[in-house]
Design a protein around this ligand. Sequence first.
Ligand code: KIV
Length: 274
Amino acid sequence: MSEAQGKPTGRKVTTRSLGKMKDRGERISALTAYDFLMAELLDRAGVDVILVGDSTGMVVQGLDTTVGVTMEQMLLHAAWVSRGVERALVVGDLPFMSYQVNSDEALRNSGRMVKEAGVEAVKLEGGEKMCETIRRIVDVGIPVMGHLGLTPQSIHKFGTYQVRATEPEEADQVRRDARALSDAGVFALVIEKVPAELATEIAKDVEVPVIGIGAGPGCDGQILVTHDMLGIYTKFHPRFVRRYAELGQQMLEAFGRYVTDVKGGDFPTEDESY
Ligand code: KIV
């Protein structure tokens, strides 16, 4: 039985084993999940890291940005996902304003993610300015994943989802942020939508795994939003999203056939009745 059909095989993924994967040049696969069933499928397929992303705001909740996602919503999603996973490392995204006000709040909310929702690590966005907060969270034993480049919680500041760090000043800032976060103790970094050359350079510079999204092939691993790569979320199609399926189209056709069958009296048949 293949991994995709049966239970997940292989050793439990930990923050430590991810570091070892980087050291031996083994690429890390990561995807997002927001519920039990999707998490279970990703785990069975052998995905190394499952991120309970605040992208739920856009791909599940129908918001235009991730900004409106709340801590209580993330706790629910994270609890559902954790229940479906045996092998992968489960990382819970800290939503906008759950960690920026001060490090006490960040610590409390990180603790809730781990204690109430069962995740094994948290992710937060931001560079050098987040280092004190990161140190405090890591100090109490909660692993932190950083997120640099296009940080969607800052969309109103950026005003666009276009590629970041194309200018030398911003590229330098991203380099400094990556170094600072690595020194502050993050176990991994997500780098989103920056030039491939910059991401490659950072992946070589920092000791921790760099997981790219729209950051080229030189990263230590890749992450995509699952609903994007399945073709369920079709509002945007940035060029870094490879569509591995067109499930949105297939679902539409299935729903349409169901409607036709019900209206035409073809469903249910005798075999489908008691
Ligand atoms: O929320 C999310 O899904 C993310 C990924 C895009 C990395 O942060």
